[in-house]
Design a protein around this ligand. Structure first.
Ligand code: GDP
Ligand code: IMO
Ligand code: MG
Length: 435
């Protein structure tokens, strides 16, 4: 099974993966890097995961970082140590030898590009072209690392950290290639220092580094359950998202096969996670964005501040045009609606069921972020609910208006609701067959 976000990230993937992990033998990340932030609350204790799959919180499960993930080894070591010091058993962690390494110069390049883009957006030369904008990245080096992976020769893979000759050659090459471009950033491009730090990190991670492609295919062929954990969100997918306001990886279910080496035919059902409203972090269009007290209230009740950067998340009404498109691209066979409890107390809930774009009505999601920036949402208004639903454990116990809201999501997308989350806690979850 794969769990993917159907919006712009932070849909509650971590919570749902944690809830499902019990039924699987391995939980596998296949994309993204430390740009992700997955919060899981167990017994009132909150864990923030960035690179490590949420399965690490379920004792006895394998937690695999697949080849499609880009890894900052320093951030990974800090995450491992942080979990271990909170009493989490991290012995199930396995890291693909094929995963790419985010080097300090990738982070410098990410920051420098963002700064240059910001300045360019203010530059008269570009007029008021909306094509020139910073992306609002997490500055974790994600885009430059994936770019280097595609450029190949100078890219460092996790396995290279354990081979000093290869590591030295690649880092020296990378420094030579980047010296001119990064002069402005002040980033140190001293190959010897970079190699020393990277190989020390490699030695620390060495016991966990494996050929995860064989490991995972062996699990699948012996009938074990493997749960694939998406990072970021479908609308941040580098191909299918609101380009160029996207991340550097394939966040949809289509990313599972290249990001793990498990063939698409073995992935199983796709569960799409939909937050009951929309959020977005960073730049780029959010057609249903709220700039009022309703939006502020949702942000406060939903604790909508980034797990990774702490940035306040932009908030808007649920956008079913976007969600239906994401269902299609992912092949979602079920939907988990999360954070439904956050909508309690809003008298009228607005749901976007169409767009007006350049004078025409459409229910299709535009091909790029610039077109999406021009749409005007068409809303259906729904009655809200007042009750606190955090204690509800069945669909029947939800207020009628909440059930009607869920029915609209299922009817519009054509995908059944298989789970509903009414709070951050592991137990605050309704599965449709328990309703
Ligand atoms: P992810 O990146 O998709 O894993 O999502 P994040 O963890 O970044 O953001 C989701 C936030 O919502 C986290 O703080 C979760 O603890 C919280 N959360 C998840 N599900 C629910 C829910 O049903 N209700 C409430 N109130 N919070 C939830
Ligand atoms: P999770 O897994 C929300 C956003 C960034 C920025 C854009 C590109 O927690 O859902 P990047 O650093 O990836 O190059 O930034 O993508 N972004 C996310 N937004 N949740 C995430 O992950 C995100 N990962 C990237 O804010 O707009
Ligand atoms: Mg998140």
């Amino acid at each position: 099974m794969a769990v993917v976000g159907l919006q712009w990230g932070d849909e509650g993937k971590g919570k749902i993966v944690d809830h499902l992990a019990e039924g699987f033998d391995a939980v596998v990340r296949y994309n993204g890097g430390a740009n992700a932030g997955h919060s899981v609350v167990i017994g009132g204790k909150r864990f923030a995961l960035h690179l490590i799959p949420a399965g690490i919180l379920s004792p006895g499960k394998l937690a695999v970082i697949g080849n499609g993930v880009v890894i900052d080894p320093g951030a990974l070591i800090r995450e491992i140590d942080g979990l271990a010091s909170s009493g989490v058993d991290v012995s199930g962690l396995v890291i693909s030898d094929r995963a790419h390494v985010v080097m300090p110069y990738h982070q410098a390049e990410d920051g420098l590009r963002e700064d240059i883009l910001k300045r360019a957006a203010e530059d008269e030369e570009f007029g008021d072209s909306s094509a020139v904008s910073h992306i609002g990245t997490t500055r974790r080096g994600i885009g430059p690392c994936y770019a280097e992976k595609v450029q190949r020769s100078s890219a460092v893979r996790i396995g290279d950290l354990l081979n000093i000759e290869v590591l030295t050659a690649k880092v020296e090459l990378a420094c030579r290639l980047k010296r001119a471009g990064l002069a402005e950033s002040g980033c140190s491009l001293d190959p010897a220092a970079l190699v020393a730090a990277a190989s020390e990190q490699g030695l620390r991670l060495a016991p966990m580094i494996r050929d995860t492609t064989y490991l995972l295919n062996d699990l699948v062929s012996s009938g074990k359950g493997v749960l694939f954990e998406g990072a970021n969100g479908s609308l941040l997918d580098v191909d299918h998202g609101t380009y160029p306001f996207v991340t550097g990886s394939s966040c949809t279910s289509a990313g599972v096969a290249p990001g793990t080496g498990v063939p698409a035919c073995s992935i199983g059902p796709v569960l799409g996670i939909v937050k009951a409203y929309s959020t977005r972090v960073g730049a780029g269009p959010l057609p249903t964005e709220l700039h009022d007290a309703t939006g502020d209230g949702i942000r406060d009740r939903g604790r909508e501040f980034g797990t990774t950067t702490g940035r306040p998340r932009r908030v808007g009404w649920l956008d079913l045009v976007a969600v239906k498109y994401a269902c299609m691209v992912n092949g979602a066979s079920g939907i988990a609606v999360t954070l439904l409890d956050v909508l309690s107390g809003i008298r009228t809930l607005r749901v976007c069921v169409g767009y007006e774009l350049d004078g025409a009505s459409t229910e299709r999601f535009p091909a790029d972020g610039l077109s999406l920036g021009r749409v005007r949402p068409v809303y259906k208004d729904m009655d809200g609910f007042d009750q606190d639903i955090a204690g509800c454990r069945s669909l029947q116990s939800l207020p009628r208006q909440a059930r009607e809201y869920l029915d609209l999501v299922a009817a519009y997308t054509g995908v059944p609701i298989s789970m509903v989350s009414v709070g951050p806690g592991r137990e605050q979850t309704i599965t449709a067959d328990r309703s």
